[in-house]
Design a protein around this ligand. Structure first.
Ligand SMILES: O=C(O)CCC(=O)C(=O)O
Ligand SMILES: [Fe+2]
Length: 344
């Protein structure tokens, strides 16, 4: 198994299993459950004295388009530290700032249940911010489900925010997405401890993930390792990446798991099919853009022969029409739009 420290280091061999044996298993599980303790850094210390090989996650910057293309072609995740996608002249984004723009805006919030079901309810932005504020003083880990404002097309709902974004990242996206790029953005706002279970992005898209406020920890697993995980339906897995020693993950020493902490200002790139789970280490605001290249759209469409639901494949067909057959996005967006509210 591979593991990383909080700055995105990747370690080879099976340190978790080793540490689990080294320490009393229960103590280890307990510490690991307190996910807000910086476990990876602490493990790194122990592991480093055991002299285990360390490999860094790739880092690059927005000016190095050649390297970015190269990583994307090689299907390698990478991180751009301090890319600062929010213009420095803009007001600093925070939950209070977002809410002050339109407190009565209706937003859906999700609860991810232990049995892998997702419950969605509606609230107003201002009620949700009050919920976040209440949670600021709570101790972790907490009992009960976490309400998470997850995957909503916020720029379409609050156009005032669009001009705050620095557009340097657009060079990473195919031109097809440039026209009203903000329509493809999905937004996340949640308390410390927010949680997205292990999954891959259902269309098999590339993913550019922007951390704007607070920190999150990603666990990344290459798609080809899905055979070592307990898959549920098309895109979800119920393997526990935070306590891998508790389930079948631990038996698979071939499984490569990478952990990366994203801080405010960072941009993380995940190649198509990357299996990932995400833990909010602090109250946080993020957004992402799922996008296809001509190659990934065809590949995604072909997944219909490997169990991809027809509805999901339909969105890939729209992307193929745009990216391969060059039908402009302004003609196709109408047919794609429902994807941005699609829960699968
Ligand atoms: O930030 C999160 O909680 C989930 C992010 C995610 O799954 C994604 O960007 O695809
Ligand atoms: Fe995702």
């Amino acid at each position: 198994m591979y593991h990383t420290d909080s700055s995105g280091l990747l370690l080879s061999t099976s340190p978790l299993v080793f540490l689990h044996k080294l320490m009393d298993g229960e103590v280890f599980n307990y510490i690991n459950q307190l996910y807000l303790v910086d476990i990876p850094a602490y493990m790194l210390y122990l592991i480093s004295i055991l002299n285990i090989k360390i490999i860094m996650i790739k880092t690059t910057d927005l000016n190095n388009q050649k390297q970015i293309n190269n990583y994307m072609e090689q299907r390698e995740p990478f991180i751009i530290r301090n890319a600062s996608c929010i213009r420095t002249t803009s007001k600093k984004w925070s939950p209070e700032f977002i809410s002050s723009i339109n407190p009565n805006l209706k937003i859906p919030v999700k609860r991810y249940r232990k049995d892998n079901s997702i419950n969605v309810s509606n609230t107003t932005l201002c009620n949700y911010i009050n919920y976040l504020i209440e949670r600021r003083d709570c101790h972790y880990p907490m009992k009960g489900d976490i309400l998470y404002c997850h995957d909503i097309p916020m720029f379409s709902m609050m156009k005032e925010l669009i001009s705050d974004i620095d557009l340097s990242f657009l060079t990473i996206l195919p031109k097809w997405y440039h026209y009203k790029w903000w329509r493809y953005v999905q937004f996340f706002m949640g308390p410390k401890g927010s949680w997205t279970p292990l999954h891959f992005d259902c269309l098999y898209t590339h993913n550019l993930f922007f951390q704007v406020y607070g920190k999150k920890r990603f666990v990344l697993i290459e798609y080809k390792n899905h055979i070592y995980l307990n898959r549920v339906g098309w895109r979800w897995f119920n393997s526990d990446t935070e306590r891998p020693q508790l389930n079948s993950i631990k038996d698979n020493i071939n499984l490569k798991m990478m952990e990366v902490v994203v801080n405010a200002g960072d941009i993380l790139y995940m190649p198509p099919g990357t299996i990932h789970s995400v833990r909010g280490l602090e109250e946080s605001i993020s957004f992402n853009i799922d996008f296809h290249t001509p190659r990934s759209s065809l590949y995604g469409l072909a997944k219909v022969f490997q169990g991809m639901p027809i509805k999901t494949a339909y969105y890939n067909l729209i992307c193929v029409l745009g990216l391969v057959f060059k039908i402009p996005s302004r003609c196709l967006f109408f047919f794609y739009r429902s994807y941005l509210n699609y829960i699968s």
